[in-house]
Structures are given as C-alpha cells and as structure tokens.
Design a protein around this ligand. Structure first.
Ligand SMILES: [Zn+2]
Length: 216
C-alpha cells in the first residue's frame, strides 16, 4: 500500500503539522532538523516522502507550518479564506485522482508524497478550505490545558471538546485533584502560586510526541 493512500491528508495533516510546536515539549518546536522532519513524515504515514527529504525541505516545511498556523488562528471563515487564498497563491495546487485502498478514487492536490514533503502545503490548504465550505470552521479549537495550546477539530455533537488529547485532559484533572487534596491538608496561603502550570510541565508528553520520538 502506498503512503499516498495510507498517510494523513487535509485537515488531520494540517493539525499534526501545526502541533509540531507543542509547549509541553522541550524545546517546544519539534521540527528543528531534517532528521526530525523525517520522523514527522513517518509519524503521519508518509514514509515515501521521508525517503525523498533534502536539506531545503526543512525551511520550506517550516514556512508552510507558519502559514497554516496563521490561517488556523483566524476566528471567522472570511479571514481564514483570505489567509488560505494568499497561501494557495504560493503553491502548485494541481488536482490528481488517486486510487484508495477501498477501490474508489479521491482527489488529491499538489505533488505526490512520493516526491517529498511538497504535498503538505497543498493538501493542508485544500482540506482547510473544505472545512470552511462545510460550514465547520468554528469547530477548530485550541487545547484548554495550559501551557499546551495545540489545535484540534471538535467533531463532538455538542461542540464540548476542550483538550487536544486525552493526556492533556488527564493532566488537568490530576492537577485539579492534587490542588483539592493540597487545600484540604494545608491553609490556602501555603499553596505555591501557579501550581497547575508547574504540574502541567512535569506531566506526561502527548502521544503524538512519543510517536514521533519512538523508532518506527
Ligand atoms: Zn493539549
């Protein structure tokens, strides 16, 4: 099976790329060298692109990430479309029909992943534009588990999602429980300031980071 069919595309790929800047990591930016970019590509299921990496791809992918991050910070669809359109003007977004593993066809945009990471920008831009067309731009959220500010798309029925992953939800709940236990044992003035943030930093890493770090 080619990574064209099995790897991430569109909005899920955009989210993984933006979240390579993760305040729970040390350093927060994961994409600091070509080897880490290779690991990111394997993490999102694009081994073929990982094999074609060149040193120039690092800066190009970081630029794509900055522009996608800027677009995803837009609070309203009109601003998002303006930012995505501007970005699309810098990319080669040629539509291609590719066979899926289910035997049907899907439209992909830009170069094939077999040629390197140049597919990321076109794929992410077109996925995010489709999110606007679907009336779902307001489903983009940012994790409420400070200091984490990773992005996600809230697919829940009542739009109640607050955290980027279960680990962040657990981390915040555990910090709250520790604070409650601490308060019941001590007077409030004994509590160090900013306790939740300190506990947060010492907490477990999100799964996406571990997946990129580990051998694959
Ligand atoms: Zn988070």
């Amino acid at each position: 099976m080619s990574s064209e069919a099995s790897g991430l595309h569109g909005v899920p790929l955009a989210i993984e790329l933006v979240n390579t800047v993760d305040m729970l990591n040390d350093p927060p930016d994961f994409l600091t060298d070509v080897e880490r970019l290779r690991r990111f590509l394997v993490h999102v299921g694009h081994e073929a692109a990982a094999k074609k990496l060149t040193p120039a791809d690092l800066a190009a992918t970081r630029t794509v990430r900055d522009r996608i991050t800027y677009a995803m910070e837009a609070r309203d669809p009109s601003t998002a479309v303006a930012r995505l359109d501007r970005m699309a003007g810098t990319l080669e977004i040629r539509p291609r029909a590719v066979a899926t593993t289910a035997g049907s066809w899907e439209i992909r945009y830009g170069p094939s992943p077999d040629k390197g990471p140049g597919f990321i920008g076109p794929s992410a831009v077109m996925g995010l534009l489709q999110l606007v067309v679907d009336g779902a731009w307001d489903r983009i959220g940012r994790c409420a588990g400070a200091p984490c500010c990773c992005v996600f798309v809230d697919r829940s029925k009542n739009r109640s999602r607050r955290y980027c992953c279960q680990l962040c939800a657990d981390r915040v709940n555990q910090a709250r429980a520790r604070r409650r236990r601490g308060r019941s044992r001590r007077s409030p003035t004994d509590q160090p300031p900013g306790d939740e943030r300190l506990v947060s930093r010492a907490g477990p890493r999100p799964t996406r980071y571990r997946a990129m770090k580990g051998p694959r």
